[in-house]
Ligand binder design. Structure first.
Ligand code: UFG
Length: 325
């Protein structure tokens, strides 16, 4: 199959490309390298530099490449930033996604996979969170993804497009060759590992007064390779209709537990300081991934936090400055 991957130079997108190539698919990556890295794109994949905000640019690529499937990873994805800059998220994520979807429809591409998010559930009523939990986006970022999910529902009704919405919990870990490299970095695990590498003095814990085991936020960390493989399972499943899946490990770990595990893995004391809460952070987000397990037989290979942090540590210690060697 020919797969067009937007954001295929980014963290999750680049590992998805790696898995697509491994599965024998033909891949074209479309990316503006604003968050991604050219070096992260698998050498076998074709690469086109371009902006999704430029409707003509993406339309030309869809028309020429004629993909069977589109995987849409490219997006702004920081919950905290979206709270301080709501219009950036509500405008850019929705406009870029709409440009892509419009080109898909214009050129007869009828299979689309969307990177969506656990942030759709805001402060959920029930844990673990299943697909039928009420949608109450926790931030403008979550709202932008929900708008794109609903756009895909319209595309199905009006044009027969089959879609998969994959709602990620906390993507983490690394493949041997591809890992997490954001500038600035805001995610917990890479920041903790930067302390272990001597690039930072300490990690700040954003609040320890939540109603959780130890007062710090609880998240469901899912390995990026497991996420990537779920995309391939979802892509194959589109033959049998559209679908929406929550993707997590089904286990929650607190910020303190993550830091403690990183201390064990790295052997570094990793000093931690408690700071104020970060706006937009829900106390607990843990997925139920029963649906994709039941329907597609998918289950995480890296189910343990220690395994996840070990893979991240391997990548960060072999790439101490990320892709900028
Ligand atoms: N945290 C700290 N200190 C830091 C950084 C993070 O205490 O320096 C805490 C956060 O408060 C949060 C947890 O660590 O409780 C995880 O934070 P991340 O920034 O690593 O990830 P988020 O949970 O904010 O968001 C990630 C993705 C989103 C996605 C969400 C889904 O970035 O795109 O997971 O759960 F929507």
């Amino acid at each position: 199959m020919r797969v067009l991957v937007t954001g295929g130079a980014g963290y999750v997108g680049s590992v998805a490309v790696e898995e697509l190539v491994r599965a024998g698919e033909e891949v074209l990556v479309f990316d503006n390298l604003s968050f991604g890295h050219r070096e992260a794109v698998h050498p076998v994949a074709e690469f086109v530099y371009g902006e999704l905000a430029d409707a003509q640019a993406i339309d030309g690529v869809v028309a020429n490449y004629k993909p069977d499937v589109i995987m849409h990873f490219a997006a702004r994805s920081l919950v905290g930033e979206s709270v301080s800059k709501p219009f950036l998220y509500l405008r850019d994520n929705v406009n870029c996604g709409s440009n892509l979807f419009e080109s898909a429809v214009a050129h007869g591409v009828d299979r689309i996979i969307l990177s969506s998010t656990a942030n759709l559930f805001g402060e959920p009523d029930r844990i673990p969170i299943s697909e039928d939990e009420p949608i109450r986006p926790g931030s403008p970022y979550g709202e932008s993804k929900y708008t794109l999910e609903r756009s895909l529902q319209w595309l199905e009704r009006m044009f027969g497009v089959r879609y998969a919405c994959l709602r990620y919990f906390n993507a983490s870990g690394a493949s041997p060759e591809r890992g997490e490299d954001h500038d600035p970095e805001t995610h917990l695990i890479p920041l903790v590992l930067q302390v272990a590498l001597g690039r930072r003095d300490h990690i700040t814990i954003f609040g320890d007064d939540y109603a959780t085991v130890d007062g710090t936020c609880v998240r469901d960390y899912i390995h990026v390779t497991d996420l990537a493989r779920a995309h391939i399972a979802a892509m194959r499943a589109l033959d049998h209709g559209s679908r929406t899946y929550n993707l997590g490990n089904g286990r929650g770990f607190s910020v303190r537990e993550v830091i403690e595990t990183a201390r064990e893995v790295t052997g570094h004391p990793i000093p931690a300081i408690v700071g104020p809460r970060r706006a937009g952070d829900p106390a607990v987000l843990v997925a139920s991934s029963d649906k994709i397990h039941r329907e597609q037989g998918w289950q995480p290979e890296f189910a343990d936090l220690r395994d996840i942090i070990e893979t991240a540590w391997h990548w960060h210690s072999t790439h101490p400055h990320g892709y900028r060697e």
